[in-house]
Design a protein around this ligand. Structure first.
Ligand SMILES: [Zn+2]
Ligand SMILES: [Zn+2]
Ligand SMILES: [Zn+2]
Length: 106
């Protein structure tokens, strides 16, 4: 049985509004639909790609790896990447891990 946990939406930090006001100041957050919370199946790991922020690095877009949640569920058969231990970057040189492409899960 999959256990679902409710987390604060990483993209809007629980405010329920688009943090970048791309559409308008009152636009609802596209990640949580304005609820400020997202449901994620347990267990989950912090998204290495966006460092748990839910925002794609160097952009104002929803992180494509975690879909803006800031965490990645590993309940559906995904595993923490053995190459980087879930950090998403190779320990030797800090480049994105080749095994998982920087996702931290495989
Ligand atoms: Zn949100
Ligand atoms: Zn992410
Ligand atoms: Zn990796």
């Amino acid at each position: 049985m999959t256990e679902i946990t409710t987390l604060t939406c990483a993209f809007c930090k629980g405010k329920g509004k688009d943090p970048f006001e791309i559409m308008s100041k009152e636009a609802t957050c596209q990640v949580c639909g304005g609820r400020g919370k997202v449901a994620v199946a347990k267990p989950h790991v912090k998204c290495a790609h966006c460092q748990g922020k839910g925002v794609s690095p160097n952009s104002r877009n929803v992180c494509t790896v975690c879909n803006g949640r800031g965490v990645i569920s590993v309940a559906d058969g995904k595993k923490v990447c053995p190459g980087c231990g879930g950090s998403g970057s190779a320990q030797e040189n800090n480049l994105p891990c080749l095994k998982c492409g920087g996702k931290g899960v495989v």
